[in-house]
Write a new protein. Sequence first.
Lengths: 670, 404, 202
Amino acid sequence: MAIIERPSTEVAVPGTPTVVKPSEALGVFKRPAATSSWKDWLVTVDHKKLGIMYGVAAFFFFIVGGLEAVLIRLQLMGPEGKVLSADQYNQMFTMHATTMVFLFVMPMAAAFANYFVPLQIGARDVAFPRINAFGFWCFLFGGIFLNTSWFLGGAADGGWFMYAPNSSTLFSPTHGIDFWVLGLQITGIASLTGSINLIVTILNMRAPGMKLMRMPIFTWMVLVVQFLLLFAIPVITVALFLLSFQRSFDATFFDVAAGADPLLWQHLFWIFGHPEVYILILPSFGIVSEIIPVFSKKPLFGYPIVALSGAAIGFVGWGVWAHHMFASGLGPVSVAVFSLATMAIAVPTGVKIVNWVMTMWGGKLTFATPMLFAIGLVVQFTIGGLSGVTHSVAPSDTQQTDTYYIVAHFHYVLFGGAIFGLFAGFYYWWPKMFRKQLNETLGKWNFWLMVVGMNMTFGPMHILGLQGQPRRMQVWTEARAGEGFFNLGFWNMIASLGSLILSLGILFFIINVVYTHKSKKVAIAPLDPWDARSLEWMTANPPVEHNFDSIPTIDHLDEFFHRKYEQDPNTHEIKQVASAEEVLADMNAHPDEHIHMPSRSYWPILVALALPIICYGLIYNRMLMAVGAAFLLLTMFGWAMEPATAPDDDFDPPASGEDGGHTKELAPLG
Amino acid sequence: MNTKSRRRWLGGASAALGLLVLAGCAKDAPQDTWQPAGANAEKIDNLQQPVFLVAGIVGVIVFLAVGWAVFRYRDRGQGIPEQTHGKPALEITLTVIPVLILIGVAIPTASTIFDLAKTDDTEMIVNVTGQQWWWEYDYPANGDNADRYGIAAPIVTSGQLVIPENTKVLLRVTSRDVIHSYWIPKLNGKKDSVPGRVHPLRLEASQPGIYAGQCTEFCGLSHAYMRMETVVLSRPDFDAWVANQLSSYTPPAEGTLAAEGESVFIAQCARCHQVNGLTNSDGSLIVSAPEQYVVSGAAPNLTYLMTRNTFAGASWDLLTPACREDVWNADPSEFGPKYLAGVSEPCLNQKDLREWLRNAPEKKPMYADPTKLQETDGKYRGMPALGLTEDQIDALVAYLLELK
Amino acid sequence: MADTAVAHGADHGAHHTSTGLSNNKLGMWIFLGSECLLFGGLISTYMLYKGRVGEGPQPDQIYDIPFTSVSSFVLLMSSLTMVLAVSAAHRNDDRNTNLWLTVTAILGATFVGGQVYEFTAFYREGLGFTTSLFGSSFYTLTGFHGVHVTVGIIMLMALVGMVRRNRIPGSKAETVEMIGLYWHFVDIVWIVIFTLVYLIPA
């Protein structure tokens, strides 16, 4: 429970004048001590470790979802494909989308947010560290739970949008959809707790002087995204409850024979689903808004407008959901309203593109891999954004919706945009997280193969869609493919070949990571390899567990840059006055005396573990469900009763004994 | 960045754009959304053409700006640029321009939305019902349908919707099971068929011919095999079609293979598939009862099967490739008679039809496994394998050929 | 750097925060914001489906407005006692804090008891969970609210136990206030539900 996250240092016991140490004040079990073994990862509450764990797990799911995508493209390479059966194909595209949205892009954004938001605002951790750990384990267990359905009678086969009534047991009798519903509920808990945690962290834990309008733009975008999650997740939670009550307990919510309206699901799903699109893309907007200024040696052009347009997208994003439903039989008035609202949202989105270009304009541009990915995002997202404008025109959308034109559109937005932004983030922040810079040559191979692969895969889909190929079809037929050399068969082939090139590009990233960390030739990266501008670079590589020896006081947007550079008042020339090392040494000259960090905890992983047990129980055996529920209650009790700190003598390295025995030296994490 | 990779950059951007232009290169794709053949689709096309053009121009401007910035401001040893945080006047200008463009798009969009929703000048009504995985068309015998088009009794058909040219036809679209979507790209945008709701969709075609379409809302296992066509006939040809659909059933001559097929049909098929006028040996009318066997409660009416030229959710042709070519690609002036001729024995696509009769769920994925019926309330979704012998299939094919 | 002293598990809550609100309280406010959308979704579902009764009973056939009014009044009173508990906690008056928290929990439990009674009565009158769309959405909406009240009662009782044994970490008054926030929210939601579900006829 959120309530007892940060117990006070000392607890007075009534009737006695003595003061009880926090490690003894509460609880039944001791808190785990810090160790350097792998077990530390299971009990850690450190936002940086959790960020890395989010990243590793999300990347694993990225590979799973990517393999699913390749199978889909192999099936569609030629007419009447035989690679997958209809049943397998339906499961494949359902799980591809589900995996990419819920198990890759969202948690990967959470990885960056977890790692960098506290660093960017000058905090030592997030507001609720145990809840942060709990969120990660919910995501991981939810994702694994969801994917075990492959081995337990088949995965969900209703599409990621899971329209009723096709999702009822009558039309999908396997347990696939049950796994999908419950798995998403579990990952939803991760998103909701994560959003509360990050909002409180950003609003409450900024360093002195870090006004909202001095926050790095990535933190701004994360803040907007967390508010979107906060309000979007409960809506999908309701929808998922209705569906699982129907599937498990015979409720009638989507039973047309009982008078249900199948459009209820669509409204609930898209009220969640459209903000979800911005949840996926805005973190990447934040990342490239950090990177483009650094590699242009200029501040972000129109910072307040970029920040506020992000917020504007967040607001207007709630009023456009029905543009996913232009063909679903809404009346012309609703269609017109949502059509115009959708056009309106193009404005703040366009503003961002303008600001990125204007940031580069007049700059001093260098083109390391992070910058390449960032420019890749700007160009590809522009294509996706413009195709988005074409289907805000509702009558035109009734021709395009549910065709490959839409598939092309949102892959330009989400792959060309969101995922390129995430890759830009990998290359940009890798030295901060892991002390080594990823190889630039391999990085350029990675980038160009992804650009070629991405445009080869999704570019032709514009044509396929406009020439009438619907999506979600297990096979396409030559009878509908047209004539001539450039018929739909040709473009399907190109798209499938493109997906292989795209996979090769991603393979280069993996090779790069392995090479960078296995090869002895790769040296430790300099402290500030990109000549960066924001606060997260005012730390060691990687940052020490408590991030900052002393919390900096913030006087500027781009604080780090202003500590390194000064403008000559006479010549207006900008000159470097300090190196990164000097800035850091200056800041650490007077470390804070008492730095309090949260102790590790057993309970986040244990409470999270109870959830899949309950869900397996709900599907297979109500007794197992009861066992899971009992386990949940016990672990929650353990969480609530946990002592405030680990025992004094359990630290690694052992206590040095000053300050009453509970302030300890800590070896920097390596 | 060196010159080479810069060129690659610009090349990549223009290639992506070029792809869009190349879209015109596939010739005669039957579902091309850019080749309208009727008033509704033309209204959409008139709207989307300029919107795509404007989007393309904006795209080119952005790419040129990015390209120029990348080229002009690359690091050539210049000093650190001035740390400007923005120019308000410029930002406002660059915000107002897209607003103006979008207002320019919004006005015709709104008017087209209301224009396309008009139904008060409808001339003909057809009820269109989707179910896994085929479409049923039901022409009610009242109002204008009866008065102006001579539809004296309801006509029920499937797969191919037949309408007269230059007629404002209102489809009342609904579904018997899950959500489907009716879409004939050359005639109009799509409209979902939602169980429990009836949605209006207007079609109007300016030329006789066959217009292909496909179900575009994911509807389960055989979504890819839920296709349909709209057949447009000149007014006299349409009248002939109506007259034929209303003609009474003639049993095959006794002693023929077809007569043998009729009894196979009665024993094996008639429980689900209606053939109007078919009688038992005692002369009583046979009424099919698909609601007892399939989840959607419906199966295609086969009374005039061979007047259509596709079957099984319009997924396979009843015509051999050569005959199909002759009908589908006929000149609009010659199309009507060719279509009305129906399917003759030499033109029959025996291969696909026989495969279907032999084992339907093998040809088209369906939930028709008798061992799994308890999962779906004891009913099939789709057509099960009937276990017919080759002799029975021969007879059945001969009988089906008579149904026109 | 090596000479930096680091302590684990110690308090940040008492530290200065950028907004002035403590993390815990801000977190609770934000969580309740999210809850609004949860109930918003459930209430919308009910409003859409309340007239769709099929063969089952109509809402106005089974609702017992006087009974539900009384139990609603009981729940409203519990908000008052919660306020008293919070003010006692601010005065550091443990005895009265515990007294009012206990009364609040009892009033809450009375409400939940009333709801259980109401559900069984409705069930006997023929409205099951699967009877009709009205039944499914009625039980889901009021059931979710009942679960929220129950969770609140558990938190209140845990709080009483912890206040008694002086095991509240952090500021006692703030913890009581935070659970108070949750409790008031659940009450307000009930006022909305009572008005929309019971008082406005289908």
